[in-house]
Design a protein around this ligand. Sequence first.
Ligand code: SF4
Ligand code: SF4
Length: 397
Amino acid sequence: MMRPLHAKEIDHAVKECILCGRCLEVCPLVSATGREELSPKAKHTLARVLRQEPERLEGKHVAELAGLCLACGRCEKACPQGLCTPEAVADLRHAHPDLKQWLWKQWIEKGGALWPALAWLSRRLPEGRAEPSPRYDAFKTMGSGPGVTPFLRVSNFSDAGLGREAVLFPGCTARRLFPAWTDRAAELLAGLGFSLPKKQPDWACCGSTLGHAGCTEAQHEARQANLDAWRKAGRPLIVTFCATCRCGLRGYPDADLGWEPGEALRWNQSVTSLAHFMADVTIESTGEPPAAVYYHKPCHGSGLAGAGADEALLARALGDRYAGTTGDVCCGMGGIMQLGAPQLSRQVADTLWTRLNPSAGSLVLTGCSGCVLQLKATAPEGVAVGHWLEAFSPQNG
Ligand code: SF4
Ligand code: SF4
């Protein structure tokens, strides 16, 4: 049974889709499948029908379509009405409790127990096993995959962090699967002169994926917990190395979290990417880099100040070995869509790999935890994938 939309949902639906079709050109689902019914335009039409004549729609049809969005945000940037499809879709999900959102919520909230188990499992799955289930890809992702051998090191730090206090926000994936990213990031921050606490704050999920899944109460709780943790730490700089986390954290001031005067602005000014502080460091080679190193641009946060700092860092460090970006193409990670329509997510990833056509021995680096997981799970044989932090050797190693 569908419930009526609540006030906030109606409020953000005041702007209407004018059916101009501009979003069709940028939506990775449409370009991978050619199916216009998966477009942002179709989803806004659905949302409008749900608002005006809910009796016309059956819950299961709404649930199906609402599950099919990667939350990449590309359509919002192209839309002359500024319509945010991920938000509209999240509202649809929120309005329909029969969606698979509960599963994604479990995945995020109980991941502490679940993810290491999947990583363990993946390392024990026989190589080359033909497994028809798309879930197998997800298991494979959790393991190591072809690793990245570090080949860079900072030889001379700038004093970008001198006299400044900072905390790291690693995000769920780094905390649970790739703790070495956090170690490397902490070393780099220390090298830059930042003052770091002995123990990092007890962060919750950034809430981004929970919000896209329509789990708005859980998202609110996570945001509140993070705000409290930041206050307790003395409101320092919050340094991230995941584009999705950065985007999620920057969205906090839009939420009613009981901000003190001026605090929301200070929060937003505090959330900064690690690469932003590395613009003036000197980098040396510690080994031979792969013949071609690409950078994958995450969809999230691409419009925020400081986006692209990690790509600039790599391009500067790699010189001729930098092969450019993987193109302006989404990897297809898509949060909840991994659970509802993993084949579609795979289809979007295949579009990226077909266009890039990397040779064996290439390396693709990126700055988003979700993109790392998706690219690792779908990369062609012999192509390594990692977070850009993996290209850096330990500073005192
Ligand atoms: S957020 Fe991305 S996948 Fe979802 S409708 Fe918009 S462009 Fe398509
Ligand atoms: S770009 Fe915006 S207004 Fe135009 S069809 Fe897409 S959602 Fe509707």
